[in-house]
Design a binder for this molecule. Structure first.
Ligand SMILES: C[S@@+](CC[C@H](N)C(=O)[O-])C[C@H]1O[C@@H](n2cnc3c(N)ncnc32)[C@H](O)[C@@H]1O
Length: 223
């Protein structure tokens, strides 16, 4: 489970961090990614296989403010429900604030730690998670992978997307300067000295890429 000597991976620390970010999260993620984040969320949903059930149950892990739901609802207009799981109370509140019309009845909110969730086994036809992996260390990513395998129905489909640290990419130095230097400066200036969104630099650097999550074997035990 989480490494107690490295508390940026303590779920309580992460929940507090996102509680503090919640009110600006939507705008900040759009601006800091130059709008690309919307495209990436749509691409993630597009990677899901067509479900066997005409009215699929979808789980959104680390759902945040629900930014991926419009893409899910557009692609699967008959979906039965989206179960949105997030550990941050305030991210849920922001999401609820924004829900409207028929949309709202489709979303079930669960405030819980994805590593420990007791969502039933074989619950979901589809599972998605957008930008929710980097705040897990390697051991936690293995637990998460096991949770995903447990929650999905046999034959279910999942898609995960995360910002990585593109080692070997020619433009990586510029990318790192942007994440490690420019974003913290902009955040300090516009958000009155805050240093919360800037954690993305540390988290992406430590995360590396999705290899760890992908390599988890179905036989690895749930912690
Ligand atoms: C970067 S946000 C991504 C939100 C949203 N999926 C999006 O596309 O913008 C990461 C989210 O993961 C949630 N999170 C982090 N650790 C978690 C955990 N252990 N269990 C559940 N949610 C967690 C945070 O509260 C936060 O809302």
């Amino acid at each position: 489970m989480s490494d107690p000597t490295n508390d940026i991976y303590d779920p309580a620390f992460v929940a507090d961090l996102f509680d503090r970010c919640s009110s600006s999260y939507r705008r900040w993620s759009a601006i800091s990614s130059f709008g690309f984040i919307a495209l990436w969320r749509r691409q993630c949903v597009a990677r899901l296989d067509a479900p066997q059930d005409a009215q699929p149950v979808v789980v959104d892990l680390m759902a945040g403010t629900g930014e991926v739901w419009p893409y899910l609802l557009r692609r699967f207009p008959k979906l039965d429900r989206v179960t949105a799981l997030d550990i941050s109370h305030r991210m849920h509140l922001e999401a609820v604030d924004r829900l409207h019309g028929p949309y709202a009845t489709k979303i079930t909110h669960i405030e819980a730690d994805a590593l420990k969730t007791d969502l039933p086994a074989n619950y979901a036809d589809l599972l998605v998670s957008t930008f929710g992996l980097k705040t897990f260390n390697a051991d936690q990513q293995a637990v998460l992978a096991r949770q995903i395998a447990r929650i999905l129905k046999p034959g279910g489909s999942f898609a995960l997307i995360e910002a990585s640290d593109p080692k070997g990419w020619a433009l990586r130095p510029i990318y790192r300067i942007y994440l490690d230097k420019m974003l913290p400066m902009v955040e300090r200036y516009f958000l009155r000295g805050a240093n919360d969104f800037s954690m993305i630099g540390t988290y992406t650097r430590n995360f590396g890429n999705s290899t760890q999550t992908c390599q988890t074997r179905p036989t690895d035990a749930l912690l």
